[in-house]
Design a protein around this ligand. Structure first.
Ligand code: NDP
Length: 300
């Protein structure tokens, strides 16, 4: 079966690709650059979706937390467009193709939920309208994946994806290894997370199970805070986490608006994923996830 992955060259996409290939799927990536087993976004807009595509997944998006990029209007536009334009292009291509794929999985984020000290969000929570740049982005990103066809659509609201070879862990690993890691801000903020292996398995689960539809929360079932994560990660590394990253430093590195993503967090549970779909996590707790991150069992 043929699978098409927008942004399949990235952190999540590379791991997903190997898992899919191991299961016998034929994978083509959509990228900005041509390459092996790769087509470009221009190819899609010119020629539409390749024949006999079974599933389409979109993971494309400019890296929001890249500290090398200044948080200005240009960068914010790039963040928006890289997600919305690619998703819209795929939705339109699905619309106009005669032989439709069976399912469209569109990535999204827990940034759609407003950080709140009490509220626990599940897939059925009424989220209301946007409250900051990131939530506005996520609203528009999800909206862009709509088609007026009956192709099954899955929106995956992901928490922070933890994997050794990319994302947040790759950034913080060296400092934790040298005992200069620590909590961010007060550390009391919630930290919605999922292991890289589980997010990939969840995507494959969504492709393979026809009853999976609409919004699903791509987070682990265990709610933790930033301090809990920090302590567990340091313990797995057998290091001390003694140097907190103060709020003002976060503001200096990332800017105030973007810093919110690190200094605030939401309590999110995967109610539908667990109760309705009975999906089984390989890393349901932060203890087992951190052990894996340190031992690096999955080298995908
Ligand atoms: P990556 O940063 O690894 O990027 C994924 C791919 O997006 C890249 O390989 C690249 O493909 C493509 N891309 C980057 N910039 C642009 C751009 N300006 N225009 C078009 N395409 C671009 O992402 P992840 O794998 O970490 O995440 C995948 C998706 O999941 C992203 O949309 C992200 O926002 C979302 N997500 C990720 C989380 C995480 O913790 N990692 C958490 C929640 C959501 P190429 O260079 O081949 O074109």
């Amino acid at each position: 079966r043929k699978i098409l992955i927008g942004g399949g060259t990235g952190f999540i996409g590379s791991a997903l690709r190997s898992l899919l290939k191991n299961q016998g799927y034929i994978v083509t990536v959509i990228s900005r650059k041509p390459g092996n087993e790769t087509i470009t976004w221009e190819d899609i807009s010119k020629n539409g979706i390749p024949e006999n595509t079974h599933a389409i997944i979109n993971l494309a998006g400019e890296n929001v937390l890249n500290p090398a990029k200044r948080w200005n209007d240009d960068f914010k536009q790039k963040i928006m467009e890289s997600r919305i334009n690619t998703t819209t292009l795929l939705a339109n291509a699905i619309q106009s193709t005669t032989k439709k794929p069976k399912v469209f999985v569109s990535m999204s984020g827990v940034g759609i939920y407003k950080p709140d000290p009490e509220k626990i969000y599940d897939e059925y929570t009424n989220i209301g309208s946007s409250f900051d740049f990131i939530s506005e982005l996520v609203h528009k990103w999800e909206e862009a994946s709509k088609t007026s066809t009956n192709v099954r659509r899955v929106i995956l609201r992901s928490g922070v994806v933890l994997g050794r070879n990319g994302g947040m862990i790759k950034e913080i690993y060296p400092s934790f290894n040298f005992c200069i890691g620590g909590r961010i801000g007060s550390g009391k903020q919630y930290f919605p997370w999922i292991h890289q292996y589980d997010i990939c398995k969840l995507i494959i689960f969504a492709i393979e199970n026809e009853n999976v539809t609409g919004i699903i929360n791509g987070v682990s079932p265990q709610i933790i805070t930033n301090v809990q994560f920090t302590k567990t990660f340091a313990k797995a590394l057998r290091r001390f986490a003694i140097l907190p990253l103060p709020k003002f430093v976060v503001h200096l590195i990332f800017g105030r608006e973007r810093g919110v993503m690190l200094l605030e967090g939401q309590q999110v549970i995967p109610k539908k994923v667990v109760e309705e779909y009975n999906f089984k996590y390989l890393y349901p707790t932060i203890d087992v996830a951190c052990e894996e991150l340190v031992r690096n069992k999955h080298t995908t």
